[in-house]
Design a protein around this ligand. Structure first.
Ligand code: PAF
Length: 282
C-alpha cells in the first residue's frame, strides 16, 4: 500500500497514464478502523481496479471539542488492517492539506431539510463539516465510486445530496451496517466504552429490532415515546428515537404500512454518544 500525505502527490499519482485508466473506489474514514470500514474496502476492491482510503479526523465536523479530543487514534493498527484488506492507496493528509485557506473560511453547502433534523439538530454544523471534508477529498481523488456505511444513515443521504450538485457522475454505494455478535453496531466510538458499557450498549440495537418487529400500520407516536422512556430507564440519555420516511427522512407519526421507513436512535451511554438505525420493511 502506498501512503500519500499531500494533495499534490495524490493528483500526480492519478495523473500518471497507468493509473488514469483505472476505476477508483474511495472510502473516506476518520481512522480507528474496525470490520465495518474493512467491509467497505472489501466491497470497493470487488467493484474497482484501485481502492483509496483516507484517514483524517476532521475538526470541522465536531460540534463538541471534547468529542474531537477523545476521538480514538490507532494509526499503526489502521495501516495494518488496510494492508491486510488489500487497499492500494492510503491518503493521510494534514489539516493544512484539507483546509489550505484555514478552518474559518467555510463554504456553505445547500442541504435543505436534511440539515435541519435529527443529527443536524443535535449536532449543529456537523453535516456542513462533513461536506467540507468529503468535497475536498473528492476534488483531490476524483473517484468513480464513494463507499459509505448505512450506520450513518443521514450522512449517506447528505453526501448523496452534496454529490448530486458537485460530482454528478459519482456513484455512492451505501453498505450494510456491520454488527458485533450481540447486535451492537460497529463504530470507532465503541473503543471508548468499557466492557460493561459495551455489553449494555446492545440495548440500542435491541430497541431498534423491537420496533422493526412490532410496528404496525397506524399511529406510531406511542412506540417512539415508549422506546425513549425504556432507554431512559436503562440509563441512556436519549437525543432521539425517530421513525422516518427512508427516502426523505421526514419524521412520521402515522405509518400507512407501505412506505419505506427507517428507525433511528441517538443516545448517550455515559460520555459516549451512540447512533444506530434499521430499515423496517426492506
Ligand atoms: O463517517 C465518517 O467517518 C466521517 O464523517 C467521514 C465521512 C469520513 C468524513 O469525515
Amino acid at each position: 500500500m502506498i501512503i500519500i500525505k499531500t494533495a499534490g502527490d495524490i493528483i500526480n499519482f492519478f495523473a500518471t497514464t497507468k493509473v488514469k485508466t483505472l476505476t477508483t473506489g474511495f472510502v473516506p474514514t476518520m481512522g480507528a478502523l474496525h470490520s465495518g470500514h474493512i467491509s467497505l474496502i472489501t466491497k470497493a476492491k470487488k467493484e474497482n481496479d484501485l481502492v483509496v482510503c483516507s484517514i483524517f479526523v476532521n475538526p470541522t465536523q465536531f460540534n463538541n471539542a471534547k468529542d474531537f479530543e477523545k476521538y480514538p487514534v490507532t494509526i499503526e493498527q489502521d495501516i495494518y488492517l488496510l494492508e491486510q484488506a488489500g487497499c492500494e492507496v492510503l491518503f493521510l493528509p494534514s489539516v493544512a492539506e484539507i483546509y489550505p485557506n484555514g478552518l474559518k473560511t467555510i463554504t456553505h453547502f445547500e442541504l435543505g431539510f436534511l440539515d435541519t433534523v435529527l443529527e443536524a439538530s443535535f449536532r449543529p454544523g456537523h453535516f456542513q463539516g462533513v461536506c467540507q471534508v468529503v468535497h475536498r477529498l473528492l476534488e483531490i481523488i476524483l473517484p468513480d465510486k464513494l463507499y459509505v456505511g448505512q450506520k450513518d444513515f443521514q450522512q449517506s443521504m447528505v453526501l448523496k445530496k452534496m454529490a448530486e450538485t458537485n460530482f454528478p457522475s459519482l456513484q455512492i454505494v451505501i453498505c450494510p451496517t456491520q454488527r458485533e455478535a450481540g447486535g451492537l453496531a460497529m463504530s470507532s466510538r465503541n473503543m471508548r466504552l468499557t466492557s460493561t458499557e459495551k455489553k449494555h450498549a446492545v440495548t440500542i440495537s435491541k430497541a431498534l429490532e423491537y420496533i422493526k418487529n412490532n410496528i404496525m400500520a397506524g399511529y406510531i407516536e406511542d412506540l417512539k415515546k415508549n422506546t425513549i422512556e425504556y432507554l431512559s430507564t436503562q440509563g441512556f440519555r436519549v437525543d432521539y428515537v425517530e421513525i422516518a420516511d427512508a427516502n426523505t427522512l421526514k419524521p412520521l407519526d402515522y405509518w400507512n404500512g407501505k412506505e419505506l421507513i427507517v428507525v433511528l436512535i441517538a443516545a448517550f451511554l455515559n460520555e459516549v454518544r451512540l447512533i444506530d438505525n434499521m430499515i423496517v420493511n426492506d
